[in-house]
Design a protein around this ligand. Sequence first.
Ligand SMILES: Cc1cc2nc3c(=O)[nH]c(=O)nc-3n(C[C@H](O)[C@H](O)[C@H](O)COP(=O)(O)OP(=O)(O)OC[C@H]3O[C@@H](n4cnc5c(N)ncnc54)[C@H](O)[C@@H]3O)c2cc1C
Ligand code: SF4
Length: 509
Amino acid sequence: MLVLGDQLDAEAAAFDGFDAAQDAVWMAEVDEESTQVPSSQPRTALFLAAMRHFAQALQAAGRRVHYTRLDDADNRGSLAGELDAAIERLQPQALVMTAPGDHRVLRALQAVAAARGLALELRPDRHFFCTVREFAAHARARRTLRLEFFYREQRRRHGVLMDDGEPCGGRWNYDADNREAFGRDGPPAHAEPPRFEPDAITREVLDLVRRRFAGHPGRLDSFAWPVTREQALHALQRFVAERLAGFGRWQDALWPGEPWLWHSQLSAALNLKLLDPHEVVAAAEAAYRAGHVPLESAEGFIRQILGWREYVRGVYWTRMPGYAELNAWDAHEPLPAFYWSGDTPMACLADAIGQTLEHGYAHHIQRLMVTGLYALLLGVEPKEVHAWYLAVYVDAVEWVELPNTLGMSQNADGGLMASKPYVASGRYIERMSAGRLCAGCRFRPGERIGDTACPFTTLYWDFLLRHEATLATNPRMAMPLKHLARLDAAERARIGDRAAALRAGTAGV
Ligand SMILES: Cc1cc2nc3c(=O)[nH]c(=O)nc-3n(C[C@H](O)[C@H](O)[C@H](O)COP(=O)(O)OP(=O)(O)OC[C@H]3O[C@@H](n4cnc5c(N)ncnc54)[C@H](O)[C@@H]3O)c2cc1C
Ligand code: SF4
């Protein structure tokens, strides 16, 4: 029975009917999973630490585990190579696994099984609320895919936040109440997420990753992610008790030096399957029903998991492999080198990338409206943006990362995921951080040309100029294009010149 690094669930379908007398589990740590993109040190460490703890728990429960460690002398370096060697050595009669989340991995394992003349039985992944088949049926019935319709269907089907067939509170969506910025004094006092100090198993992994992936991005000094199911459950319980209440209100807010705020930091535990989304959604709904958290917080949080998370998985599995090739804005710039170091005078990017390298974490608005927005406006090749997001975050697995990056953030899928590109000038970042990020920056968010012009602002106008004809066909872009129409030819030329200097790296960033 095959268990991958993001399948750490002892209740998964692959374990159904497991007979300890004759069945065995196969798990392998391999270099390829850390080098196909330069996986950050926190990301690799989290996967390996969680895998080793899971294998240990299986063994403690009396299950036989064939486990290859990264530093085993004869490690073949790839899942395919390791599986092939294990088949040769163990001569299994059949291979069973829960359907993997990653297209590339599925194809590689199927190829090995086929070459060895073995059937690879794929069992359904019960972790998700919606099967790929159900999503495909939903998509077939519609001309355009939009989260809202899917989300409502999910709420109805699973009876989540429903009262007598109607949405709790009479509305499906409280997004409009969830866009507050902090005041000038910044975020009010709030609890920090729990830290899970590395035990002996994790410390050994940290040493291994430091040695083996010394040149990879990110640092391990503050590594404190949950690596076991018990720790993940504790993180969930603390989040619901201490911070869920504020989740809705400040979901989009930014503040320098504050990586966690009211976000849950549960994505990695969810994606590794240490947590089940059903239990996470149930915990949030129970907190609302008990009167501990407001409806807009519970609904906003549940929408991310029951809605967005399932939706992006459906997009991934119904559109791959072609989806990864899309580049609707014909963008071909390289990713700026500072994405890997955080070394940039742009305060918002330095802050978001700095915490990304330290913790392997940034919250959604930092990913979408800071790092993602800059890459979109600059015109970076979507595949390069995708490789960066897949490499740096502890929660990065392709089925969720790719549609978020290529679709939601870079709008490279021609509007499949989002009805308009998420474009904004530096004014958005100024507003969502109550001016604090920009106050510590040498650029001015309101200026679009000149030496102190905010690069986001210059590139925002440049994006509208470069794509004016295409954007004109989108009614949701009418307002920005109306503003653009007021710019005379000389101003347009000055914007284009400064944008070109930003791309050429001669504008001091
Ligand atoms: C460019 C880009 C890349 C991203 N890459 C990833 C990724 O590799 N892995 C990943 O899990 N999420 C990714 N996201 C989605 C989202 O940013 C993260 O899930 C979230 O920031 C994780 O932090 P959290 O657990 O504190 O989330 P919270 O803000 O507390 O949200 C609660 C949960 O909802 C789910 N969720 C929220 N937003 C999304 C979304 N857009 N898509 C899917 N699930 C969502 C997550 O499981 C998350 O844990 C990406 C978003 C963008 C814009
Ligand atoms: S001025 Fe522009 S670059 Fe500087 S922090 Fe504000 S938005 Fe970011």
